[in-house]
Design a protein around this ligand. Structure first.
Ligand code: SOE
Length: 371
């Protein structure tokens, strides 16, 4: 059985997922066979070029024509086009993988999660960092009680591509289209990892105090001399959070962290041990265990580490793109076998509730509960 895939969006994420689909048959023998059937976008010329490069059979400029023709629909468009096409696909009985954050607003994410549960077909939120082998290793350690009772979680996702005030305006700077800025784009990943790593031990994030800031409130429009547009989302956010168990956490995300390119770090401390992870060194995990006086660095590249047997011998490191291969493997396997897939739309909604609470807290200037 070959699954016909339709993908909306052909830029950064379109390429990341197409590359993953291309790698799958070579490295994951038991993955479902796929066919890159149709690429969807609005600009016909750019779309035709992308379809050629990314290996699609055909193109379509209207998602309505394809959502019921494919076996899986990937929604990799900007945040404001997540809800309508994804819901239409689910209503047509087509499984959906949707980029994060699930929607610009909490209400939108709720609608999407409702549509997924009513349709009863596979619906995944594309939190690709769950598929880093070292983070799956970390979760197993935590679930096995190796860190003991969790006291602290610290998650920071830092980038610097907007620190230049002349960096051009894009949909990512617009509240209508993106919902939020660093909060939704980067914070969604950090919140999801907090839930993924600690959900079964410390529980979800339950209450918090959030802070948002926009440093540059107008940006030039590319290729339009002298024209500017307002920035209506945050450039950076931070939050102090409490998990259901009482564990404490701090979260931070910024597009203004000069010198930091894609710097996502997670630190967790428990009664029996601690761990540190950095996305820029994603094959490694730093661990403090037992009576050790400090941290040891382990390489998570052994054959029995998550997903590693599919790649190279121990020490032959993998990278960012591999997270998408693992994600596609799990998603497509669930589609083929009709089994559960996580992170689901419900997980996307779980993260969105926290993002919404951070915005509410910032507006009110006080601690709030996550709804
Ligand atoms: C933003 O710069 C971005 O591309 C995010 O949108 C992705 O989710 C993240 O993985 C990398 O950074």
């Amino acid at each position: 059985m070959t699954l016909d895939i339709g993908i909306l969006g052909y830029r950064f994420m379109g390429k990341a997922h197409s590359n993953a689909l291309d790698r799958l048959p070579m490295f994951f023998e038991d993955a479902p066979q796929t066919n890159r059937d149709v690429l969807v976008g609005r600009d016909e010329a750019a779309l035709a070029d992308a379809a050629d490069t990314l290996g699609f059979d055909r193109t379509a400029t209207d998602w309505r024509e394809v959502v019921d023709e494919v076996d899986a629909f990937y929604n990799l468009g900007p945040n404001h086009v997540h809800a309508e096409p994804s819901i239409a696909a689910l209503e047509a009985g087509t499984p959906v993988l949707c980029e994060k954050p699930l929607a610009p607003t909490l209400a939108g994410a709720e609608e999407m999660a409702d549509a997924a549960s009513e349709a009863g077909v596979t619906a995944g939120t594309a939190f690709n960092y769950r598929f880093v082998p070292a983070l799956q290793y970390a979760r197993n350690l935590i679930d096995d009680g190796e860190l003991g009772e969790i006291h602290h979680f610290r998650g920071r996702y830092l980038q610097d591509w907007l620190v230049d005030p002349e960096a051009p305006w894009s949909w990512r700077n617009d509240a209508e289209m993106a919902g939020s800025g660093a909060l939704g784009d980067l914070g969604a990943h950090t919140v999801d990892l907090a839930h993924f790593l600690l959900g079964d031990t410390a529980g979800d994030i339950e209450r918090l105090s959030g802070h948002l800031r926009t440093f540059v409130d107008e940006r030039p429009v590319e290729a339009s001399e002298g024209e500017t547009r307002p920035v209506t989302v945050d450039d950076a956010y931070s939050a102090q959070v409490e998990f259901e168990s009482g564990a404490m956490g701090t979260l931070e995300g910024s597009r203004f962290s000069n010198g930091h390119k894609n710097d996502h770090t997670i630190e967790i401390e428990g009664s029996e041990g601690s761990l540190r992870f950095s996305l820029e060194r994603l094959n490694e995990l730093e661990l403090k265990r037992g009576d050790n006086r400090g941290f040891e660095t382990i390489l998570v590249t052994d054959a029995d580490d998550p997903y590693v047997e599919h790649w190279w011998p121990p020490g032959h490191v993998i990278g960012w793109e591999h997270t998408f291969v693992h994600e596609n493997y799990e998603f497509l396997t669930a589609v083929r076998d009709g089994t559960d897939y996580e992170p689901s739309f419900e997980d996307g909604l779980r993260a969105q509730r926290v993002l919404d609470a951070i915005e509410r807290s910032d507006e009110l200037g006080e601690w709030v509960s996550v709804e």
